[in-house]
Design a binder for this molecule. Sequence first.
Ligand code: F6P
Length: 405
Amino acid sequence: MSDDKLYIVLMGLPARGKSTLAVRLREAFHKDSIHTRIFNNGNLRRIYRPIKETSCAEFYSPNNPAAVALREKFACMNMERAKAYLRNSGQVAILDATNAGRRRREMIEEYLDDHPLFFIECVNDDDDIVPLSILEKTKLPEFAQLDSKTAEAEFLKRINYYKMIYVSLKVERNYVRLDSLQNNIIEEKHTDSIPLYARLRDYLVTDEVKNLFLIRHAQTAYNMEDRIGGDSGLTSKGREQAEALGQFFVKKKIAYIFTSSKLRTKRTAEAIAEKQDDCRIIALKEFDEINAGVCEGMTYAEIEKKMPHVFREREAHKYAYVYPEGESYATMKSRIEAGIKKSFFLNRRAENIMIVGHQAVNRLILSHFLYRRDVDVPYIYIPQDRFYHIVSTQNKKLFELKRYD
Ligand code: F6P
């Protein structure tokens, strides 16, 4: 068996991030001049069968022998193509399909026997993200002739059909079970020596971001009075800032803007989205500002006067200090990380990602990409008249504080 070529076989239920992972891996290998091609069964299905047939859940039923045979035929076509590719100049062939049952995987193991096989199972059962991810799927051209409710119902039914035959990776010789939301490896097994394994593993666990535009919401009445927390809207200056942001980003394609659940971030995002062709705002509670507990709505001067112990303690240990009945930077960290993972998963196909957050939130998001000692995080500069542009890939790191007016 030659050991410099590799088949990567993806597996997982629909809407779990397989195709995005395939594209990410191909891009990463291309950067290292490794010839890589994706063989996607869905693409063949869409080319050779009418959309009316393949958007319908019955096409995926394990009890529909005609459809099972057709899907098997497309899987075989891709296996043949992948084999031919590696026989020629190809180095890595990525087979992208659900490959949910052992029967299909046995077929793959039997036919693709000339180079090592490496399976990757994409697992994601997050209750917020999976439904949003399904919603995105139903907007694909494949569902264009169905109304959104029917499309969603058909897609859910399709997933349930796959669940009927789903068997997690276990007996395969080489595999990784990946939490595709967290980019964490849940389980791994190696029997053969896998070419490119070190590179591959590193790609799987890296949070890559091509362009993150990290914006702090525009000015609010509370900001003017130096009050913390609350849920105030924008001032007239704030509205002008939000419009200037919209104008600044007019030529960039922003598919999603992630905000907190607070009015000030949503209003800022709306002014930006208004100038885009097709942009959705998704509010995540994970990006809510630090909860100041009993101090919510107070000014810093009031806290110093009425609760001097709170003021002093926080000054002394700002990162770790937990507001009475509220939060600290340290306790917020895990929900901010969860927000980053969720937004990146949903935005995974796009070049640009935008988050409109708050002062403490943006400090923690920045520190996820840019190393800072914990004690320095609560002092990162987060102005309202500028935004951070962040690029963080294996080959490039960029942090730029830019004006938008
Ligand atoms: O002042 C605006 C604000 O977003 C408050 O709502 C929040 O409590 C504060 O910034 C966080 O910044 P710091 O940790 O510096 O008090």
